[in-house]
Write a new protein. Structure first.
Length: 173
């Protein structure tokens, strides 16, 4: 019995490091790589011809951006609307949290418009499609995270933490 414990004792530090790594990862903020990967996965599913937009070092043809950017944005926007509706329905049991989610989402819309729309002096505008897609991916990521939280004693504080993080991401002031 003692020899068995000694045999497994070498695995304990590795197991501890492994568990700490994944516990921090689940609470980590979103990275650009995660957002890019999510966009690429969604695009691959519906518009595989547009994956050229995500390949590093690939030369884009003139029509690639013209054709694919709007497709990606429409796809991402549809997913955002779907997940937002799910989150709002799920959080209907917590009116205060639901209101915070709605307010944060409204702040996100202002953030997206300020960051991703270039407005000229005459009032005309130009939408930066890559910026818009990344902003939508950010919102989807946080809404999916909110939707995955369990409504129990461990989950309730997590909701506040994720909302605070999301709000800080879209309104850094």
């Amino acid at each position: 019995m003692l020899s068995t414990i000694k045999d497994y004792s070498i695995y304990f530090p590795a197991l501890l490091i492994f568990s700490l790594f994944f516990s921090f990862q689940s609470n980590a903020e979103v990275s650009d790589g995660e957002l890019r990967r999510m966009m690429m996965d969604m695009t691959n599913e519906k518009h595989p011809e547009c994956n050229v937009m995500f390949k590093r070092g690939s030369t884009l043809k003139t029509g690639d951006r013209v054709v694919c950017s709007p497709r990606i944005n429409v796809l991402m926007d549809a997913e955002l609307n779907r997940i937002y509706k799910d989150v709002m329905e799920r959080y209907s049991v917590f009116p205060k949290q639901k209101k915070r989610i709605r307010n944060t989402q409204r702040e996100w819309i202002k953030y997206r418009d300020e960051e991703c729309v270039f407005e000229d002096f005459d009032g005309s505008g130009l939408v930066k499609t890559n910026c818009t897609a990344e902003a939508i991916a950010l919102s989807i990521w946080y809404l999916k995270r909110l939707n995955s939280i369990q409504f129990d004693e461990k989950g309730i504080p997590q909701i506040k933490k994720v909302l605070k993080e999301y709000k800080r991401e879209v309104n850094p002031i």
